[in-house]
Design a protein around this ligand. Structure first.
Ligand code: GDP
Length: 479
């Protein structure tokens, strides 16, 4: 392992300036953040009569590889994990509440439900479904942008009295980008103004054609308020699950994803984990993102203490040294010492990455990436002031083909560039193009934080030219 000048000073309990001086006298020019090699460390330590002992550094910072694949014989059916998306006020929250309230199993009746970010219901014959109960696609994309894939099925809620709205389209694009199957819930059927045919008609324009019209998208008319149609929706979810055959090995060290996490005054770090493989048990040594610990207590979505949790089960745990982030992966280890070492190695690696700030696709490095064969497709999000410009831009951009590299438009919209556009761009490694529009304050902040490239234009052909030039490696350098 290596140390920076500052870290070494810290360990020796000296001022960094003193160490820098000593290094100078030894002929080494160094700044406080500079990494020192082993020889320099030993030399300096020797000056203070301190002996250097090398720590054993654990290199498991990437769960992949360590988190082995299971052979198909050991896989067993697991409940599908469902996310609900749709336009604001179309009934997402009402639907989530309604499903939960009607489906609390007989034995659990009276149990105090607890919001832990996800819940599970039991439908007929003991079949279960897990719902992530943070409505909206923010959670969905935040997780995906962090590399986590937790959702198996998306329920797209569309109010029958309102039809397809901008966030409906966003939700569709999010689900498509993640290649997650969509079931359409045509909500508010109890309303007089309900017009399900209009919803079906409008959704065909976005590639969702109902089975009744010869397509393959399931549409379920329902009322989240009265509960009518909810049973059918649950059956349809199970039907899709049967076709997709979601499976996992429950007899292995547990792994999965953080759904939400926070600091609790009394209990310390509290995290809701969705177990995706294996079985999580109280007492398990665990690494969660860059944090680690031992599962001290586990509580399910009914607020009951449980001892173990299998695939697709959400549980709230305590016992971590710090608060992880939604979308972080977790993995159980054989002993606590390994868990601590791995957790610390991951935290260290993250620090280093933050220092060298890995950036996403930008037009400036696009050509390099195409040349190296890293990307064959450039994902674009197009926003403009009027629908006509959106269409004109998208059509021209899609025609670009440079040495086998193509443009893929993953989302378009009218109006300012919003935070949601940036989150989608970040999750899909896309560049955002604005024509006669600007990013709002939230979008700007997020784009900076996530390193998303935004290109603003006032003339359509200039925008097209720029993309083409970038793909050919002929972009004028920016100063
Ligand atoms: P969200 O923003 O998508 O989470 O929407 P909400 O669940 O908060 O619902 C918005 C409004 O629509 C609330 O006033 C609900 O009571 C109402 N609402 C939701 N579902 C239905 C329904 O099936 N029928 C009727 N009539 N109203 C509904």
């Amino acid at each position: 392992g290596s140390l920076t000048v500052g870290e070494l000073a810290n360990k020796l309990n000296k001022e960094p300036s003193e160490i820098i001086k000593k290094l100078l006298m030894l002929g080494v020019m160094a700044t406080i953040n500079q990494d020192l090699d082993k020889d320099s460390i030993e030399l300096i330590a020797g000056e203070y009569n301190v002996e250097v002992e090398e720590e054993i550094v654990f290199e498991i910072t990437d769960f992949e590889g360590y988190d082995s694949e299971d052979s198909t014989e050991v896989l067993e059916e697991r409940p599908p994990v469902v996310t609900i998306m749709g336009h604001v006020d179309h009934g997402k929250t009402t639907l989530l509440d309604s499903i939960r309230n009607t489906k609390v199993t007989a034995g659990e009746a009276g149990g105090i439900t607890q919001h832990i970010g996800a819940y599970q219901v039991e439908v007929d014959q003991g079949k279960k479904i897990t719902f992530l109960d943070t409505p909206g696609h923010a959670a969905f994309t935040t997780m995906r942008s962090r590399g986590a894939q937790v959702t198996d099925i998306t329920i797209l809620v569309v109010a029958a009295d309102d039809g397809v709205m901008p966030q409906t389209v966003e939700a569709i694009n999010h689900a498509k980008a993640a290649e997650v199957p969509i079931i359409v819930a045509v909500n508010k059927m109890d309303k007089e103004a309900a017009n399900p045919d209009r919803v079906m008609q409008e959704l065909t324009e976005h590639g969702l054609v109902s089975e009744a019209w010869g397509g393959d998208t399931i549409f379920v008319p329902l009322s989240a308020l009265s509960g009518e149609g909810i049973d059918t929706l649950l059956e349809m979810i199970l039907l899709v699950a049967e076709v997709e055959e979601y499976k996992a090995n429950k007899n292995r060290a547990a792994t999965g994803t953080v759904i939400e996490a926070q600091l609790d005054k009394g209990r310390g770090s509290v995290a809701t984990l969705l177990v995706q493989k294996g079985t999580l048990r109280v007492g398990d040594p665990i690494v969660v993102g860059n944090t680690y610990g031992r599962v001290r207590a586990m509580v399910n979505d009914l607020g009951r203490r449980v001892k173990e949790a299998g695939p697709s089960t959400p549980v709230e745990i305590t016992g971590l040294n710090e608060v992880p982030q939604a979308g972080d992966n977790f993995l159980v280890f054989a002993d606590e010492k390994t868990a601590r070492n791995v957790g610390e190695a991951r935290a260290q690696k993250q620090l280093q990455e933050q220092r060298s700030e890995k950036s996403r696709v930008t037009l400036d490095d696009l050509f390099e990436q195409i040349k190296q064969g890293d990307i064959k497709e450039i994902n674009l999000i197009v926003k403009a002031d009027v629908q006509g410009s959106v269409e004109a831009m998208a059509a021209s951009l899609q025609k670009i083909d440079v040495e086998g590299a193509k443009v893929k438009i993953i989302h378009t919209g009218v109006g300012a560039i919003t935070e949601s556009d940036i989150i989608l761009a970040s999750a899909s490694n896309a560049v955002v193009i604005g024509f006669n529009v600007r990013p709002d304050a939230g979008a700007k902040r997020t784009a900076d934080a996530e390193n998303v490239d935004i290109r603003l234009h006032r003339i359509i052909y200039k925008a097209i030219e720029e993309i083409e030039a970038a793909m050919k490696g002929m972009l004028d350098p920016e100063y």
